[in-house]
Unconditional design. Structure first.
Length: 182
């Protein structure tokens, strides 16, 4: 939600209604999913997010990882209609494509990423001083795909790592770990 009136916009930014991520330092990540297949298949996608936040008391930068697992589990008897992948006419019915945005802690530095264990580049952007890394993930029916991203984030000891979730048809499964390796 957004308002053109400054006073309303300032109030909205303090409310969950705005959808605004904080630009304060700390181990806060958010993962956003958008259906890029132009279909209705995201209703059958199960998302899991694992955030392993670095917690070394003697370092100014922490080695952290964010792992996103997506499983496309459509029913076998999909009706005719909007259940095909418009970006690939040859894809089997029930296929989809997800656009995945990773909003990582302020001042984080991207290291590398893999999709199903193979190197994959991410598009790099930013929003409100927060790095945003994103990619597309194709999901045939029954497929499970794993995106893993390694990065360094500033040390913010004394704060709990947090993952902000997005409402989806199937609730996201979120796990947060602390990595105490130095």
């Amino acid at each position: 939600m957004w308002s053109s009136r400054t006073d309303e916009q300032q109030w909205l930014e303090t409310s969950p209604l705005s959808g605004t991520l904080t630009d304060r330092p700390g181990s806060v990540v958010a993962v956003a999913f958008n259906n890029a297949g132009r279909n209705k298949m995201d209703a059958f996608v199960q998302a899991e997010v694992d955030y392993a936040a670095g917690r070394c008391p003697t370092a100014t930068q922490q080695a952290s990882t964010l792992t996103v697992t997506l499983r496309n589990d459509p029913p076998a008897d999909l009706p005719e209609g909007n259940y095909t992948l418009y970006t690939d006419a040859d894809a089997p019915p029930g296929s989809t494509r997800m656009l995945v945005h990773l909003y990582v802690p302020v001042l984080s530095n991207y290291q590398f990423s893999t999709l199903d264990g193979e190197d994959v580049p991410l598009y790099l952007a930013s929003e409100r001083n927060r790095p945003v890394w994103w990619t597309y993930i194709d999901l045939p029916p029954g497929a499970t795909r794993v995106l893993e991203v390694s990065f360094f984030e500033p040390s913010e000891l004394g704060t709990e790592p947090e993952v902000i979730v997005q409402p989806m048809v199937k609730d996201e499964i979120v796990r947060v770990f602390e990595r105490r390796q130095c």
